[in-house]
Design a protein around this ligand. Structure first.
Ligand code: DOR
Length: 436
């Protein structure tokens, strides 16, 4: 019998590309998938394998291609007290992610060859794969586009000014023309700063009730509409980040019906939290875009269900305790998410019948891999052996003491969840194994 690096066998292997869900065995050799079989070995073969190699018997667990979080903020360089490339990767592994894509809004931003190269070099010793996303404009100032070819050559898989919008439509048009030439998508952070004004919370009944200045849904929607139009005009692939309103989802639905090259993502906080929670003034609820109304949450879930929403991404945004322990209006935007995303998706979407496990692996693995042209997302012979093995029945409580992230800014602390990564496997190596 052949010697393998790792063999994983289970009753439920999910192949999101072919649509297969059922018993299977995955054989890994030299960091790659060597064989993927749609059956389990006999008891005798299992015993033999167990003597020769590391064997994971995933009975009762769900095995799928490694999860990819295409929207993560690591704070290196600049704010290593909040997160580093290595601690972010450690949090990702614990959360079940085998790959993460890091946004460029570091200090300084990821806007040139040297700094993208720095991330790539640092990431070599990280537990998971880290793919940098380069800035669209120099210094993320929205004025002069970066040397996109250099960024791609250094390893950027997309460009985005995430954290900030590109307010000038001419600049966005030029960026899309160039991104198309380099065959990478533009990731838009859709936000019109003129409409945001001094807003800190979703504009509506609750912002008035709690005395918080409002950000209207149209601050997002006008930019979604604009970027769809520029994408249609330039024929550049557009990915819309962190959509949060019913209006945005219907704009994407309409654009997709016209075959515009558009994809979009939503975050767990935008399908679980509503703005009535702001009664607590918990600064961990301050996020950009803001948490919205029940109607918006329902529309986001509907978009997830009917396939309009392609991707679920955490928008992991670490912030220090000192900076978050201030009044709501003064706090920086963002919450961490790498270690709570799987639990929230299983509890709020899979358990409630909004998406099934096939869709889970599409939105968290296959689709991000396809959009960014990454090698993962598939259980395919010769592909890199990245796997996420999930315990769908595991009940747990979000406990900040267990976070691997350097930051603690999560509004989900204390929340009871069901579903957690049991093993995270990168290039055939188990980089995370849950304790019990
Ligand atoms: O809430 C957010 N935090 N939204 C963003 O767009 C940026 C992010 C951050 O970097 O903290």
């Amino acid at each position: 019998m052949d010697e393998y690096q790792l063999v994983v066998t289970g009753e439920r292997i999910i192949e999101p590309e072919s649509g297969y869900s059922g018993p299977g065995t995955v054989y890994i050799k030299d960091d790659s998938f060597f064989k993927v079989e749609r059956e389990r070995p006999s008891e005798k073969q299992l015993k033999e394998l167990a003597n020769l190699t590391r064997l994971i018997d995933a009975t009762g667990l769900i095995v799928g291609p490694g999860l990819i979080d295409m929207h993560v903020h690591l704070r290196e360089p600049g704010r290593e007290d909040e997160e580093t490339i290595l601690t972010g990767a450690e949090a990702a592994a614990a959360g079940g992610f085998t790959s993460i894509c890091c946004m460029p809004n570091t200090t300084p931003p990821l806007d040139n060859y040297g700094i993208i190269n720095f991330v790539v070099e640092r990431a070599r010793s990280a537990k998971v794969r880290v793919y940098p996303i380069g800035a669209i404009t120099q210094g993320q100032k929205g004025e002069i586009i970066t040397e996109i070819g250099d960024l791609v050559e250094a390893g950027a898989v997309a460009i985005s000014d995430d954290g900030y919008p590109v307010m000038n439509s001419g600049v966005m048009r030029n960026a899309m023309e160039y991104a198309r030439m380099f065959d990478i998508p533009i990731i838009s952070h859709p936000e019109d700063l003129g409409l945001v004004g001094s807003g800190v919370a979703n504009e509506g009944f609750n912002s008035t009730r709690f005395g918080l200045s409002g950000i209207p849904g149209i601050a997002e929607e006008v930019m979604v509409a604009r970027d769809i139009m520029i994408s249609e005009f330039t024929r550049c692939a557009l990915h819309l980040a962190h959509l949060s309103t019913a209006g945005s989802i219907s704009l994407v639905k309409e654009a997709k019906s016209r075959k515009v090259a558009v994809s979009c993502e939503v975050t767990p906080h935008h399908f679980t939290l509503t703005d009535d929670l702001l009664e607590s003034y918990d600064s961990n609820l301050r996020v950009n875009p803001p948490i919205r109304t029940k109607g918006d949450v329902e529309a986001v879930k509907e978009g997830l269900k009917d396939g309009i929403v392609d991707v679920i991404a955490s928008d992991h945004a670490p912030h220090s305790q000192e900076e978050k322990e201030v009044e709501f209006q003064a706090a920086p935007c963002g919450m961490i998410g790498l270690e709570t995303t799987v639990g929230l998706v299983v509890t709020e979407l899979v358990e409630k019948g909004i998406i099934d496990w096939m869709e889970f692996f599409k939105k968290l693995s296959l689709n991000p891999a396809t959009i960014l042209k990454l090698q993962g997302g598939r259980l395919q012979v010769n592909a890199p052996a990245d796997l996420t093995i999930i315990d769908p029945k595991k009940r747990w409580v979000v406990d900040p003491k267990r976070f691997k992230s350097k930051s603690r800014n999560s509004p989900f602390i204390g929340r009871r969840l069901k579903g957690k990564a049991k093993y995270t496997v990168v290039a055939g190596k188990v980089v995370f194994e849950a304790e019990s």
